[in-house]
Design a protein around this ligand. Structure first.
Ligand code: SF4
Length: 201
């Protein structure tokens, strides 16, 4: 049953997540100002640098960032004008344009990825056991926000039709399996934004 102390923990978690989000935004703004870009343009460049050709499209960015295609197109046009991005005809489908980083764009993403490295080095300093608990909690939080329609498309193992687990209770000792790749998964293998994800029906 919910009592005062559980409500305090809930609020403390909320406040900590909010503070981390503010820190992300503030670091992004610093990088953005320094490189004369907006934070969302930086996020688009890093996104495109990490995606295979078939995912480097305006529609994919709009879906993954919860933005309208018109908003994404405006930011993409600015990046094209700055000669950091170019559109090319997809090798898979001639009707589709993919977004490719130019040489300048690739150089810039190497610098921008330092933004992620600073945060990743902090995460890396925590004990494995703590990180296991955190990833379990965060993945389940993402799924519950998805169910509540607060966030839309997030491709995590937990809602993938290829994901199999021994029972419905998700714990650190639980054994997982990816049926698509036919491999056992442990907590560290659980993915956010997996390219092979297929939503459960
Ligand atoms: S296909 Fe990707 S998201 Fe689905 S279970 Fe396998 S690793 Fe997880």
């Amino acid at each position: 049953m919910e009592n005062k102390s559980t409500r305090e923990i809930d609020y403390a978690i909320f406040a900590a997540l909010e503070r981390i989000y503010q820190a992300f935004r503030s670091m992004l703004w610093d990088y953005a100002k320094h490189n004369q870009l907006s934070p969302i343009q930086i996020q688009f460049l890093l996104y495109l640098a990490s995606k295979p050709e078939e995912q480097r499209r305006v529609s994919n960015i709009a879906r993954d960032f919860d933005l309208t295609p018109a908003t994404v197109s405006d930011a993409i046009k600015t990046l094209e004008n700055k000669q950091l991005l170019k559109r090319t005809v997809s090798t898979r489908d001639k009707r589709v344009h993919t977004l490719d980083l130019t040489e300048n764009g690739r150089e810039l993403t190497k610098v921008l990825s330092n933004w992620q490295k600073v945060l990743l080095s902090q995460i890396a300093s925590f004990p494995e056991d703590t990180k296991e608990s955190v990833i379990l909690f965060l993945l389940q939080l993402v799924e519950s926000l998805k169910e509540a329609r607060i966030i839309s498309e997030v491709k995590t193992c937990l809602s993938c039709q290829y994901f199999q687990m021994e029972n419905q209770l998700i714990t650190k000792k639980q054994q997982f399996r990816c049926l698509l790749r036919d491999v056992a998964l442990n907590l560290y293998d659980l993915k956010v934004d997996c390219p092979n994800y297929r939503a459960k029906k």
